[in-house]
Design a protein around this ligand. Sequence first.
Ligand code: GDP
Length: 534
Amino acid sequence: MSFLSETRRRRTFAIISHPDAGKTTLTEKLLLFSGAIQIAGSVKARKASRHATSDWMEIEKQRGISVASSVMQMLYRDHVINLLDTPGHKDFSEDTYRVLTAVDSALMVIDAANGVEAQTRRLIEVCRQRDTPIITFVNKMDREVREPLDILDEVERELGMPCVPMTWPVGQGKSFRGIMNLRTQTMTVFESGSERLPHDFETIALTERDTLTKRFGADFESAMDSMELATGASPTWDREAFLAGRQTPVFFGSGVNNFGVMEVLDALVDLAPSPQSRTSTTMVNRQPVVKEIQPEDKDFAGVVFKVQANMDANHRDRIAFVRMASGKYTPGMKLKVQRTAKELRPTSVVTFMSQRREAVEEAYAGDIVGFTTHGGVQLGDTITDGASLQFTGLPFFAPELFMTVILKNPLRTKQLQQGLAQLGEEGAIQVFRPEIGGPMLLGAVGQLQFEVVQHRLKAEYDADVRLEGCQYTGARWITADSPAELREFVNAYPQRMAKDAADTLAFLCTSPYDVRLAQERFPKIHFHPLREHA
Ligand code: GDP
């Protein structure tokens, strides 16, 4: 297969949902139907128990699972589909945002009874900011749920973009009869159970209206009516608009019953985009110049969007997940970390073809490659085979929760520093070093991040710490147009200044008014609530 066809046949997407909407079930069915796994239940089995004794244990389990199954690759209709899972817990939303920077589209799973829920809303915001195309799957139609028109209405409102139904349900709950496929103009008849494969379902052409009416009676008639209302009110399918994040195709089904899932798999091939270009900056005559990296560019370039410590506490190695933006990866090729200009020396490299971890043969733009290293790689790092460039856009959010780290045994200072440096690089937490010295500060977006870090410092670095509350409630990364202005500002607030893991200067706040006051005093200083790795 030619290099160009290799990149064009790839699809890389994230699956997003509010917990319990059916993400795990759908993931498993997608893998099952593409032939990537043989037995239903293997994804599910690894999902953390819902009744874990404590929150962090739950998270520990999730970590175990996420190493194993956060990236899954499948081959379907001659296409290579990379599925990226996103963490379920809201306290880890930062990780989810970063995963969303590594994909070209998103599959949103909605529980048809609950509609768009809190966590989905946050994820939608991120997709919207990046104009990520979204495919919508309305799940659990076998339950007593809301009217499909009502659901579409809510999705439209929440997404701020029109829905285009691709399938339409006939009945729901006890009287769920099936779905009409509007593209093929057929009805697929619902039967419950998880044994059936897609071709085992009976299909009837919509032109056989008499048969359908006779068999499904009022359910069919009213489905036709609501479908006509829905299609009349929605715009016609426009792939360009979808790709620009201006309309979403909607599918209905029941994941647990294997029903309506094949349509989603086909949509990933037929509708979802192949790898898109990625923005980077490169220095030309010492000036940063924006450069779009195209998937068909021959040179290897990729960005680390996730770093995961190995679960084995005896090995200090970590997997850096790299989303390839261009080029071809082959084993043994020499790669460089742009930030340090050092060679990347992985101890092992994996891609995610099938569930077995076979040695990688080759990978292309859109693929995720996992490099196991002993360090030297951080979140946001750009990896290339020579070209000097830096990808932009990996977000870090200003933390809203802060804790001071107190080491219980002062003789473990070195271990603590190493642990914090590594956990900071991994993005598990943000670490701030106050400029005037004193204990380190941890900044988080979600409370659970603290528990995880405290636990991991002890388990992985043998550094037992106490976390104490402190007066800070926010932070802003600061920049100025001239070094003199920055100096003046730093001198005005010496106790408020701290550096993060990437050595970027931040201003620590104790109240929302702090920034406003500081801004009034120093109108030329820029306060950033978000830091993009650059
Ligand atoms: P996740 O938290 O989003 O990954 O959700 P899961 O896939 O674990 O599903 C949550 C619960 O909903 C589980 O008990 C599933 O068996 C159930 N579930 C998933 N899909 C369906 C469906 O289509 N119909 C019904 N009735 N239950 C479903």
